[in-house]
Design a protein around this ligand. Structure first.
Ligand code: EPZ
Length: 429
């Protein structure tokens, strides 16, 4: 397994291109199942999760072509997906277990084919990650759901029917699954207490370009007038706000000055507010977002994760890494996932002063961190250890970097280009 070696103490200075959003690309790829036409997705990031979902869609009969020569800049690549005919409606455990978001094929499959068999994704490091809302919502749309031998079997031989569904609590994936399914359901569907993450708006805009009729985009009530046949389209994926926030925190932690090309402050508004309160200067530029530390000290701030537009849970670990060397104390409360403090023991081994109290972490700033060998456990915890390594005195080795490769494209190259002393150490297989 590859490792990443970092020698800390260098400030990040320069520019970093922000890629397409992983968490927009995944549901958008699943949306290809809703039409026989070709869905072309531009600005696709080159990430392990994207490859995993592409492989899964291939087993369902989706033809996939990758054009690595997309026009201009860091526009990434163009993925063309054509579900002309679906030869298989079963998403196998072996692929689903690698990437939980595979559950997003369930709604489109049962909506289009009237049946789907998808392995339950199982939990992951940050929590049990149940999919009960996905299933309850599809039942509301008329699907018959059975759980058998670790698989969800969904049946709707006569097609889905529009319905009203109120989410008891906000779920990004369930909102995406149901919005996609509702585009092919007969009649109108109203989803209340829907998630409002920008990735959902991006998906809705793509579905509308495919011919869907959706109202209430970016609000907590989505109205989908289903039943029209959808066609292909070309859609460019929005910038990855979590990558944007991650690099902003890395730049701030190292006392650097970095321009994040393609980003927009509005995508990370709540995180930008917390960073500003902590003493970071963050502003929009014609090309993106500039993040720097002026001579103001880094000071502790309190952070609570919430559904969008609140502080994103996917930036909690990175913010904690930043605050370990701030002056004063920070209370960080995680309200979305039940086990998203796996980075805490590793940060402590680097000298951080963090105490956990249930869903909250009390971080007391220390003058410095010291490098150490640390273990990555999940995608965002891993990158928080990289941020800590960039700041720490001495050498940090981050093990199990396959977690990082799921969500960050060429992370070490982007950081090295801004002056970080960082390299990937290939382990003999
Ligand atoms: C999406 O996961 C993201 N993944 C996650 O990013 C992100 O952390 C999360 O939304 C919250 O913003 C993708 O978009 C691929 P949820 P998702 O359904 O859809 C519980 C990353 O690092 N829940 O909003 O799975 C759930 O366990 C990943 O990029 C149920 O109980 O998140 C969690 O506690 C990590 N039943 C909470 O709700 C359900 O049916 C929010 O989950 C569904 C969810």
């Amino acid at each position: 397994m590859d490792k990443i070696r970092i020698r800390g103490g260098k400030s990040l200075v320069g520019s970093i291109p922000i890629g397409g959003a992983k968490n927009a690309a995944l549901p958008l790829m699943a949306a290809s199942l809703l039409t026989e036409g070709t869905l072309r997705l531009a600005n696709i990031p080159h990430l392990a999760d994207i490859t995993t979902l592409a492989n899964l869609l291939g087993t369902l009969g989706v033809e996939i072509a990758l054009d690595g020569h997309a026009e201009g800049g860091h526009q990434g690549r163009v993925l063309a997906l054509t579900a002309r005919n679906i030869s298989n409606t079963t998403a196998e455990y072996d692929l689903v277990r690698k990437m939980r978001a595979s559950i997003l094929v369930l709604g489109p499959l049962v909506a289009r084919e009237g049946k789907a068999k998808v392995s339950l994704p199982g939990g992951c490091a940050i929590g049990a990650r149940p999919v009960d809302l996905h299933l309850k919502g599809l039942e509301a749309l008329g699907a018959k759901i059975e759980l058998r031998e670790g698989y969800v079997e969904a049946l709707a031989p006569g097609g889905l029917k529009g319905a009203r569904f109120v989410f008891p609590f906000v779920s990004v994936g369930a909102t995406e699954n149901l919005m996609m399914a509702a585009t092919l359901a007969k009649g109108t569907t109203v989803l209340s207490n829907a998630a409002r993450e920008p990735e959902i708006g991006d998906l809705a805009r793509c579905l509308i370009a495919m011919g869907a009729k959706i109202e209430g985009i970016d609000t907590d009530t989505l109205t989908i007038h289903g039943g029209t046949k959808l066609s292909g389209t070309t859609h460019s994926i929005l910038p990855d706000r979590i990558e944007l926030g991650t690099f902003a925190m890395a730049a701030a932690a190292t006392g650097g000055d970095v321009e994040l090309i393609g980003g927009r402050t509005e995508l990370i508004a709540s995180a930008a507010t917390a960073l500003t309160q902590a003493g970071v200067t963050i502003e929009d530029t014609p090309r993106g977002v500039r993040v720097r530390r002026t001579n103001a000290p880094l000071v502790g701030v309190d952070v609570m994760t919430e559904p969008f537009p609140g502080f994103p849970t996917d930036l909690q670990a990175q913010m904690m890494a930043l605050l370990t060397t701030a002056e004063g104390a920070s209370m960080i409360t995680e309200t979305i996932f039940e086990n998203r403090f796996m980075h805490v023991p590793e940060l402590r081994r680097m000298g951080a002063n963090i105490n956990l109290h249930g869903g909250s972490a009390m971080v007391r700033g220390v003058p410095k961190l010291t490098g150490a060998p640390v273990m990555a456990t999940d995608l965002r915890a891993s990158v928080s250890l990289v941020i800590a390594g960039l700041v720490a005195q001495g050498e940090t080795i981050v093990n199990r970097v396959y977690h990082l490769d799921r969500g960050y494209e060429r992370l070490e190259a982007k950081l090295a280009a801004c002056g970080a002393d960082i390299e990937r150490v290939k382990e003999a297989a």
